[in-house]
Design a binder for this molecule. Structure first.
Ligand SMILES: NC(=O)c1ccc[n+]([C@@H]2O[C@H](COP(=O)([O-])OP(=O)(O)OC[C@H]3O[C@@H](n4cnc5c(N)ncnc54)[C@H](O)[C@@H]3O)[C@@H](O)[C@H]2O)c1
Length: 413
């Protein structure tokens, strides 16, 4: 039996607690969150005793090591300081991405972890998804030749962008992280993982074009519940979050603890100026990009291109891998893969047809947790996302942001 603690009992922290508790061989021994409502939720969800909950991170760390491992799932800007404190306190870590705000901070966590001989897995969940695992397996099998170039599109989705990257946690890069780090560190990590070579150079363009005051409908109000344009607006929160509204599934992120199907309660929840998700999408404090394209050069001349866009109907990642003897095309949203050897028969694989449990990043969330658990228990673990394996893709993100901010100039790694 192993023990774990959670700091940051939000969407991710509560998910990991559910998955670890569900295994039966892990016990939650402490939870810290600055929001007391989240601690109430932790008590309800897990049955943890109230005296094992902390609203003050200082007190949490001052209490010393309270478990074998710590799930670190607070907001991005706290990761570095908390990771250093947690390692020094003796915890192994399940560390949410992004690791930290800079390459130097990432390296400092990595070096401390190696020095103290601690285990640190970064939540690059896509590596554990059967969808990407199959692509990796096919590439490494060699029958399609060598990878020459890869294109990946991160279709963020119009309402997901509005929820998370305009109104929500990650809209303002000063408060959280730039989009290329926050959202696309997964994509960079997958490109690096599949290509299997070091990245040498990066250039990137992107901007915030649409979710700005210039695009607000004439006469619109600052909040949907008082807006004369609400009926025609696809971003009207009243409809977006209601039952069968496009963003209804995102309600758990909005500090709404009611019934996701209760439209009257949802309407009351969003009729409040203190609710940031009630704000007009064109009048928020967001500054992160809504589209960005990045070119990457790897060792041996291998190239990759990543497009991130808010402007997609579906939330999905689409990938095309061009190899010397064939190509791989995949859509993670539909979990379909097509392997085509040049001059040969096309093989179409429906990933969902032969493996269950594809919820949560295509099944990556649950598989990551199982692997972390195996690592802690000293069992056979794949250890796909050890912090040492995550440094390069974070560097690729920092370089892309530097390039974007400098008009697309090439940044060498
Ligand atoms: N691996 C993934 O695919 C993935 C997906 C989404 C988010 N994330 C990352 O996970 C982290 C958490 O995201 P989330 O979606 O769970 O957000 P969230 O807002 O739902 O949860 C964050 C929680 O941390 C708490 N918190 C904030 N500051 C704190 C502090 N100083 N000390 C203690 N608690 C604090 C908040 O009250 C909140 O409950 C972020 O870094 C995010 O980038 C990763």
């Amino acid at each position: 039996m192993k023990t774990y603690a959670v700091i940051g009992y939000g969407g991710r922290g509560s998910l990991y607690a559910r998955l670890l508790n569900g295994r039966g061989d892990f016990t939650l021994t402490a939870v810290c969150d600055i929001n007391p409502d989240k601690l109430d939720k932790a008590v309800r969800d897990t049955g943890i005793s109230r005296d094992k909950t902390f609203t003050d991170p200082e007190k949490f760390f001052a209490a010393g090591k309270q478990a074998d491992a710590l799930v670190l799932s607070t907001m991005d800007r706290t990761h570095y300081a908390y990771a250093i404190r947690a390692l020094n306190s003796g915890y192994d870590l399940l560390l949410e991405k992004p690791i930290a705000e800079s390459a130097e901070e990432c390296r400092a966590i990595y070096e401390l972890c190696r020095k103290l001989n601690r285990k640190v897995e970064v939540c690059h969940v896509l590596r554990y998804s059967p969808f990407y695992a199959l692509i990796k397996q096919k590439i490494d099998g060699g029958e399609l030749g060598k990878v020459v170039t890869v294109t990946q599109t991160e279709n963020v989705g119009w309402y997901h962008q509005a929820h998370s990257f305009v109104r929500g946690n990650w809209g303002n890069s000063e408060k959280s992280s730039p989009m290329i780090l926050q959202k696309c560190c997964h994509d960079m990590d997958i490109l690096y993982y599949l290509i299997g070579k070091d990245c040498k150079a990066v250039s990137s363009f992107g901007s915030l074009t649409y979710f700005t005051r210039d695009n607000a409908p004439e006469g619109s109000a600052d909040y949907c519940f008082m807006c004369p344009c609400a009926d025609e607006c696809i971003f009207n929160c009243m409809n977006l979050y209601k039952k069968s509204g496009a963003a209804n599934g995102f309600l758990f992120l909005t500090d709404y603890y009611g019934d996701a199907d209760d439209n009257a309660a949802i309407e009351r929840h969003f009729s409040d100026k203190n609710n940031r998700f009630a704000r007009c999408v064109y009048k928020c404090d967001n500054d992160v990009v809504d589209h960005q394209v990045t070119n990457l050069l790897f060792d041996d001349g291998v190239t990759a291109q990543l497009t991130m866009t808010a402007f997609s109907a579906e939330i999905t990642r689409v990938i095309k891998v061009h190899l010397t003897k064939g190509e791989i095309v995949g859509d993670m949203g539909t979990n379909t893969l097509t392997f085509t050897p040049f001059g040969g028969e096309k093989e179409v694989v429906d990933v969902s047809a032969f493996t269950a449990g594809l919820a949560g990043h295509g099944g990556g969330d649950a598989r990551l947790v199982d692997d972390f658990a195996a690592l802690l228990e000293g069992k056979d673990a794949q250890i796909l996302t050890d912090i040492g394996k995550s440094l390069m893709s974070h560097q690729m993100c920092y370089a892309a942001e530097e390039s974007r901010r400098n008009g697309g100039k090439t940044v060498l790694l």
